[in-house]
Write a protein that binds this ligand. Sequence first.
Ligand code: HAM
Length: 419
Amino acid sequence: MEKLRTLRGFRDVFGEEIQKFNLIENVSRKYFNLFGFKEIEIPVLEKTELFVRSIGDTTDIVEKEMFTFVDLGGDSVTLRPEATAGMVRAYLQEGLYAKERISKVFTIGSMFRHERPQKGRYREFHQVDVESFGTDDPLIDAELLWMITLILKELNVAEYTVEINSVGCKECRESFRDELVSYFETKKDHLCEDCLRRLERNPLRIFDCKNSQCIDVTQSSPFLFDSLCEGCQTHFETFLKHLNDFNIVININKRLVRGLDYYSKTVFEITSGDLGAQKAFVAGGRYNNLVEEMGGPSTPAIGFAIGVERLALITSIDALSGKPSYFFAYVGEEAKNYLVPILRSFISEGLSFNYAYEGKSLKSQMRFADSLCADYVLILGDDEIAKGIIVMRDMRNKNQHELSLDPQGLAKAVLKLTL
Ligand code: HAM
């Protein structure tokens, strides 16, 4: 019989990786609480139209990456390729705009894009997504970046670059379009087929092309950043000032346009050289027109998403080290009688505790402890019982300590020695 396997680009997440996912989620939630963000869970499947209207019908995501199908009721539905569209729909559908002057929300979950899988790029991946509705104040733009850097600091991720740009407002883009089109018209011979179409429909998208010839053409092109209207320029300068207040080092990248159409003014990506080709592990920006375009009141908004798989790749397992973990290795029936009282003592102290169930040899229990990456093994056999002690072995340096065999007080005694 043919073995059943996951679909291409879909993965089982387990072991060390899921531990890192949980850590990323927990640290993120801690900071979202501190900064006043509330959680929303939104559906994984929505009407296709939601994504086409918000992300833009000339983007790669909508043109070629969506998992879209007709459901049994005959409706065209799509597995969410990102969360912002659904968050805007929820903001409107649940009437948050009428209840709160500023809504700060987050969601965590799977997204789906039919891309070519490679390291850090999958067809099902996870985002921690954050959105703030109701203010155009660039203070919040800087505050979000500050919050992200605090999360990264707690995860011990130190090597990264914060790239920022402004893609202006509708007015800046409108007046810049002609200048850009006339530049690219002279370089048509060097543009790929996709970019020739982009030139007709949405020339700014050319900056997003991965084709090396197209990248070359954009090297000497005019940049929207240099043609911002006065309002957008002031917004950007104030953003820079606040970034400085928060001590955030940034790199202005005029080429940064992002792969979704809804952005206006601030856009940013956080990249790491350790990730290879898929180097952006956080990305976001302002989208001041989207809520209105989706049928709501005029509402400035800004948000970002952390790519959990990519952040996990650069999060060291050391960041997981909270309290150490313990393993109880026992030899003989009498030693096993100590298991339950010792277990109770460790769990009541909130310590991670493991053991083998069937009485195996000490050697095989030590191997088991190793496979669980236990930090300390507590060893008990007839000799130790006779002496009224239990031996604690530090698995990193193999040092051993003898502790008094007092099951109730054992966890406290161990904690004193090991923390
Ligand atoms: P995005 O740049 O399309 O933005 O995705 C955000 C992050 O999700 C990327 O930087 C990357 O880390 C991760 N990501 C994207 N595609 C994949 C993939 N195929 N495999 C693994 N990771 C991936 C958005 O999605 C916007 N909704 C962000 C946002 C929120 N803007 C405003 N609010």
